[in-house]
Design a protein. Structure first.
Length: 493
C-alpha cells in the first residue's frame, strides 16, 4: 500500500466535533420550534373562540351600521388583538425557520467538506483540502486563546472561505460567560445554565450547584446572613447536592457537593478575615478561577469539543512520531526507559487519541495511560520495566522537533517507538531509503583526526563533488577533503 494513501477514519478523527456542534444547534432549534407550536396552539384556540364569538355578535345584529360606536370599537379592538397575536406567531416561526435553514446549510457544508477528502496525498485536490483543515484548526486556536483573538479568527475564516466550518456563535457564547466570571458576575453563567439545564442534569454536572454555592459565599462575604439563609433554602439543599454528585468516583482529596455544602453552612459564623484554613479556602478569590475552569470543561463536554486546541492535537500526533530522547531528554531520576527503548521482540504497543486529545499508550495486558501533561515515561502495564538505553548523538538541525518551537510541546507527548532509524541526508534534505548495502545510498565520511564521522547519501556527496574542481568531496561540517575511496558504507541496525 502506498504511504501517501489516506485512511479516512484516522484523518477525520479530529473532525468529528465539527459535525456534532451544528447538529446540536439544529436539535435546539427544532426543540424551540416544537415548544413554540405547542404554546401557540392554545393561543390559536383562544383566537378561534374569540373569532366565533365575534361572528355570532355580528350575525345577531341586523345592520352592522346601526351598532353604536362603543360596540364597534370593541369589535375592532378584538380583531386587532387577534391579528397582533397571529403576526407575533408568524414572526417567531419565521425566525426559527431562518435559524433552521442556517443550521442545515452549515451541516451540509461540513458534510461536503469531509466527503471531499481525497484518497491520497498525491491527489491534486489534497492541498486545497488540507489548507482548509489547517485554517479551521487555526481559527479554533484563535477562539480558545485568552483573551480570544476574535477579529483574527473572523478575518482568517472569511479569507479562506470557511465561515460555515467555524462556530462563531458558539465561541461568542462561551466568551460572554467567561467575561462575566472574570468580572466576578454570575448573571451570564446563570442565564446559560438556565438554557442548558436539561443537558446538565443528564450529565449530572456539578456546575449549577457550584454557581449557587459561590453566590451564597458572596452573600456571606458581604455579611448579609438573612439573604444568605434565604438563598441557601431556595437553591442549596441536600437534594441539589446529591443531584450534582457524579456517578464516577471522585478524585482523591476532592470534596463531594454534600461535603462542600456542609462546610459552607458554617460561613454564617465565620467572617471573611477568618484564620481557619478550611473557611479561608471558601472565601478565596481563587474559587472564581476554579468556577471558570469548570464552566469551560462543561461547555466543551456539552458541545462535544476537545479540551485542547485542534492545532495542538494535530501537532502532538506528529511530534509523537518524531520524538526521541535526543530531541527531548529523559528527565533525571526516571528509572524506566521511554517507549522508544521498549525491547524489540516484545508485544506490540498500541497508541490511541481520545476525543479530549489525550494520547494513551496501551501495554500488552492493559492500558497504561500516558496523557498529555503527565510524566512522559510511565512503567508499561503487563511488561517489566526495561533499562535505560545509552543514547549517543545530539540534536539535529534537520529535525523539526529539535530545531523549532515545537519542542515546547514535546514533553507533553510520549516518545516514538522506532524499530529502525530514519536517516535524513544533511546535504539534500531527503530521507535516505535503505542502507549502504548493494546499490544502497547510505555512506559516512570519517574524520582522520578525531575518528568521528557524519552520515550522508551518495546523491548528496555527488552534488558536493560536482562543485569541487578535482571532483573531491568536501565534508560540509568539518571542511576536510575526502576521495571516493574514503567512503564508508553504513548499515542500519
Amino acid at each position: 500500500m502506498s504511504t501517501s494513501r489516506l485512511v479516512p477514519d484516522q484523518v477525520l478523527l479530529l473532525e468529528q466535533a465539527s459535525l456534532k456542534a451544528p447538529l446540536e444547534g439544529l436539535r435546539r432549534v427544532q426543540k424551540q420550534t416544537q415548544k413554540t407550536y405547542d404554546y401557540n396552539l392554545q393561543a390559536a384556540s383562544t383566537v378561534q373562540k374569540d373569532l366565533d364569538a365575534l361572528i355570532r355578535k355580528v350575525n345577531a345584529v341586523p345592520d352592522v351600521a346601526s351598532l353604536d360606536p362603543a360596540a364597534r370599537a370593541e369589535m375592532l379592538k378584538t380583531v386587532d388583538g387577534m391579528l397582533s397575536r397571529m403576526r407575533g406567531l408568524k414572526r417567531k416561526l419565521a425566525d426559527l425557520e431562518l435559524q433552521s435553514e442556517k443550521s442545515l446549510r452549515v451541516v451540509q457544508t461540513r458534510i461536503d467538506h469531509l466527503a471531499a477528502l481525497p484518497e491520497s496525498m498525491d491527489s491534486p485536490e489534497y492541498a486545497g483540502w488540507a489548507r482548509k483543515r489547517l485554517s479551521h484548526h487555526l481559527v479554533d486556536y484563535f477562539h480558545r486563546a485568552s483573551p480570544p483573538l476574535k477579529r483574527s479568527a473572523k478575518a482568517l475564516a472569511e479569507e479562506e472561505g470557511i465561515v460555515d466550518l467555524v462556530d462563531d456563535e458558539l465561541w461568542d457564547e462561551m466568551a460572554k460567560v467567561e467575561r462575566g466570571l472574570d468580572e466576578q458576575s454570575l448573571d451570564e453563567i446563570l442565564s446559560w445554565v438556565g438554557e442548558n439545564r436539561t443537558a446538565l442534569k443528564k450529565t449530572k454536572s456539578p456546575l449549577e450547584f457550584t454557581i449557587h454555592l459561590q453566590a451564597y459565599i458572596e452573600l456571606c462575604r458581604a455579611r448579609d446572613p438573612v439573604k444568605a439563609i434565604t438563598y441557601a433554602r431556595k437553591h442549596l439543599s441536600p437534594a441539589t447536592a446529591a443531584e450534582a454528585t457524579p456517578d464516577v468516583g471522585m478524585s482523591e482529596g476532592t470534596l463531594s457537593p454534600m461535603e462542600e455544602l456542609s462546610r459552607a453552612m458554617a460561613l454564617l459564623a465565620y467572617p471573611p478575615d477568618t484564620t481557619c484554613p478550611a473557611y479561608q479556602e471558601l472565601y478565596s478569590p481563587a474559587r472564581w478561577s476554579t468556577l471558570r475552569s469548570l464552566f469551560r470543561t462543561t461547555f466543551f463536554t456539552l458541545h462535544s469539543l476537545p479540551s485542547v486546541p485542534l492545532l495542538h492535537i494535530s501537532l502532538q500526533a506528529g511530534i509523537a512520531s518524531l520524538k526521541t530522547p535526543i530531541c527531548v531528554p529523559v528527565p533525571q531520576g526516571v528509572q524506566t526507559a521511554p517507549p522508544s527503548a521498549y525491547p524489540l521482540g516484545g508485544p506490540p504497543l498500541r497508541t490511541t487519541i481520545t476525543s479530549d486529545g489525550e494520547i494513551i499508550l496501551s501495554g500488552p495486558e492493559g492500558p497504561s495511560p500516558l496523557a498529555t501533561g503527565t510524566a512522559p515515561t510511565p512503567v508499561l502495564s503487563g511488561s517489566p520495566a526495561p533499562p535505560i538505553h545509552g543514547l549517543e548523538g545530539r540534536p539535529s538541525r534537520d529535525c523539526p522537533l529539535c530545531s523549532s518551537p515545537l519542542c515546547k510541546l514535546g514533553p507533553e507527548v510520549p516518545y516514538s517507538h522506532h524499530v529502525n532509524s530514519t536517516i535524513v541526508c544533511g546535504i539534500t534534505g531527503k530521507v535516505v531509503e535503505g542502507d549502504g548495502g548493494e546499490g544502497g545510498q547510505l555512506v559516512a565520511l570519517v574524520s582522520r583526526a578525531t575518528g568521528e564521522g557524519h552520515v550522508y547519501s551518495k546523491e548528496g556527496l555527488v552534488l558536493r563533488a560536482s562543485q569541487h574542481p578535482e571532483g573531491k568531496i568536501v565534508e560540509p561540517t568539518t571542511g576536510e577533503v575526502f576521495g571516493w575511496e574514503d567512503l564508508k558504507k553504513v548499515f542500519i541496525s
